[in-house]
Design a protein around this ligand. Sequence first.
Ligand code: NAD
Length: 357
Amino acid sequence: MNYRIALLKGDGIGPEITESAVAVLERIGARFGHHFQFTPYMIGGCAIDAQGEPLPAQTVRGCLESDSVLLGAVGGPKWDDLPGEKRPEKALLGIRSALGLYTNLRPAKLFPALRGASPLRAETVAAGFDLLIVRELTGGIYFGDRGYRTGKYGEEAYDTEAYSVTEIERIGHAAFRAAMQRQKRLVSVDKANVLETSRLWRKTMHRLAESYPEVEYGDLFVDNAAMQLVRNPGQFDVIVTSNMFGDILSDEASQLTGSIGMLASASLGSTTRGMYEPIHGSAPDIAGKDLANPIATVLSAAMMLRYSFGLSAEADCIEQAVNRVLERGIRTADLTGDTGIEPVSCSAMTAAILSEI
Ligand code: NAD
């Protein structure tokens, strides 16, 4: 098969880490008989320098014409003094909205070899964990009516949360589909004991659950979910939740894995085209030094294979290669901690992953 991938390297370590992911995808292509065609487009600070704006129209067009999008990271001190509208980070919201990406997938997986890096107690993570948070990305309280007014006690501010059945259904289907590709267990997180939007959310999720009889489905209140994540993260497979709850819970879950350089993400809409990126930023402090950990971007490429192209065996192959490299004790500097292990460079880590594919 042929796949067209828009390559948005961005700024800072963006070019180094996307180069790793490209090398891994090319190796997968050679091994499994696929052709991945990469077309680079500018985004973020480099686009401001070259074309005067963080998200040039050509980049949006290129992404819309591609089968999927791989993004490094944007931003850096050089552009920090620009006004909000002109900053590199503005391009991220712009491209997500241009591509209609309303589903955010954030896996939080503790690789057995990195158990010591988790802030949780050793016995809590002894069995490891591998969970996926499906967060609604374009609705809810972050997009509702807001403002200031005079209330009972004088000046007050307000934000409103609204969710339509359509919005809940589309994120719900995305979550059930993701669960079908994993261990077939889904927990929906809400606050249905208090919020009307949560009651509609729960009612809609229950209706959808009837269409996915193979998926073991349950509900949790968000306060309990936050507690269960630190008590026993291994109990979860897929969690689906609203924009704000997902924002908070996905950060909580990601920290349980111990290192920001390991965490991948996917943003999806109603087509198979998605945007795949590490959750970390452009790390200007280590940019251009061949020090970055490329694993988050490599695992984002694996998510692309799984969720946009339906290539699960190929995605498994990448994830297993990363696991074997970590089992061999190979670590970039962000992962060594107080282990005394001599860290390897970004390119050496890439070479190690390639050697395991
Ligand atoms: P950051 O994630 O770039 O870096 C935080 C710390 O983690 C730094 O010490 C960095 O060296 C380290 N780090 C991050 N990724 C790493 C990796 N792959 N390997 C090894 N170490 C890694 O966050 P920041 O410093 O707050 O932000 C830097 C720039 O990135 C800012 O301009 C910010 O706006 C931007 N940013 C972009 C995105 C994005 O493109 N999606 C996300 C967050 C921040």
